[in-house]
Design a protein around this ligand. Structure first.
Ligand SMILES: [Zn+2]
Ligand SMILES: [Zn+2]
Length: 368
């Protein structure tokens, strides 16, 4: 028996999000129906909606959110109806990286989450008037009042925490925090530099403030975001439009360079500047994604001082342990996510998109 719900559908690449009634397929053995409370908007949604990625359209996007489980498939054991859940990415659970605790590097990550639009068996999760739509986005497609969610995309969370306050944890926040905690792992006295003070970058700043790093530098072109970064734990800021990044970082670090850099802008030029600004044995984490096929040049001899450049997906987090920890920090006020969030009614999704593109909203959250 299928279930009708209201979803934001993108009809074709470059088209707006339009609300439309859709039918969710019956939950498979390892799926659950979730009544969405809130879902965050992320640049990946906009990239797909613009037609920049080969996801099948018309389709339903949305890949971070929070809600309440309404029904579960026959083999679901991790959640039950009534449970509060945060939605994140899915993975196969059986490949080498899944078994090793690195599901973001699942062998089937791309088709299961980003570009497939269907379940692993090829069946569709969402249809409209009998025609299949692109769905199963990150195992969820949560721009909808109800979502059919893969069990591996679900994380059961503390029901005492308001769902709208933790809706963005599953993608952008997890990515920024994971870049610092799971990759850079700053030791006492480290310098951490965050390039780009958007939702991911500011999450990295907040995460760095919870480590023994003593110098935390936020870099952006928007003065307001730099002010916010300072309130969230940055010890220094660099206005990229006014100062030379390399000179500014050299001054802040006494000529040593940065021990860890989180690159969130997706600009190859900024990435190169970051690598040049690393200290000996420093690591730059690539988080921002440019257009497919983008390349960057490196000064090879400059790398010989033990520098590392590492790419990152979703914070390399094991969601079942990582997200509940973040929820607890939000609950205790130690991860003040609300400073990044602007709320919109679900019906105003296009306004939320416009505000995000214009830089007015750092992390729009659609509330149902
Ligand atoms: Zn995302
Ligand atoms: Zn896997």
């Amino acid at each position: 028996m299928s279930l009708t719900t209201r979803a934001a559908v993108v009809e074709s690449g470059g088209a707006p999000f339009t609300l439309s009634d859709v039918e969710l397929d019956e939950p498979g053995p390892q799926e659950a129906v979730v009544r969405m409370a809130a879902t965050g908007l992320c640049h990946t949604d906009l990239g797909v909606a613009s037609g920049g990625l080969p996801f099948p359209l018309p389709g339903v996007l949305g890949h971070e959110g929070a809600g309440v489980v309404e029904a579960v498939g026959s083999a679901v054991t991790g959640v039950a109806p009534g449970d509060h859940v945060v939605l994140s990415f899915t993975s196969c659970g059986g490949c080498r990286n899944c078994r090793g605790g690195h599901p973001a590097y699942c062998a089937t990550w791309l088709p299961l989450n980003l570009i497939g639009g269907r379940r692993a068996d090829g069946s569709s999760t969402i249809s409209r008037e009998g025609e299949p739509l692109g769905g199963h986005f990150f195992g969820q497609s949560s721009f909808a009042e109800r979502a059919l969610v893969d069990e591996r995309s679900l994380v059961k969370v503390d029901p005492d925490v308001p769902l709208a306050s933790i809706a963005p944890l599953g993608c952008g926040v997890q990515t920024g925090v994971g870049a610092v905690w799971n990759v850079l792992k700053p030791v006492t006295g480290s310098t951490i530099v965050v390039l780009g003070a958007g939702a991911v970058g500011l999450s990295a700043v907040m995460a760095a403030a919870l480590t023994p790093a003593t110098t935390i530098v936020a870099v952006d072109r928007v003065g307001e975001r730099l002010s916010l970064a300072k309130e969230l734990g940055a010890t220094h800021t660099v206005h990229a439009g006014e100062a030379d990044l390399g000179e500014a970082l050299a001054e802040i670090t006494g000529g040593q360079g940065a021990d860890g850099i989180v690159e969130t802008t997706g600009s190859a030029a900024v990435l190169r500047q970051g690598v040049d600004a690393l200290a000996a044995r420093g690591t730059l984490v690539i988080v921002g994604a440019p257009a497919f096929g983008t390349e960057v040049a490196l000064d090879v001899n400059g790398m010989l001082g033990g520098k590392q450049v590492v790419g990152l997906t979703l914070g390399d987090a094991e969601t079942q342990t990582f997200i509940p920890a973040l929820v607890r920090l939000v609950k205790e006020g130690r991860l003040p996510l609300h400073r990044l969030i602007s709320s919109y009614p679900f019906a105003d999704i296009d306004q939320a998109v416009r505000d995000m593109v214009a830089g007015k909203a750092i992390k729009p959250v659609l509330v149902f």
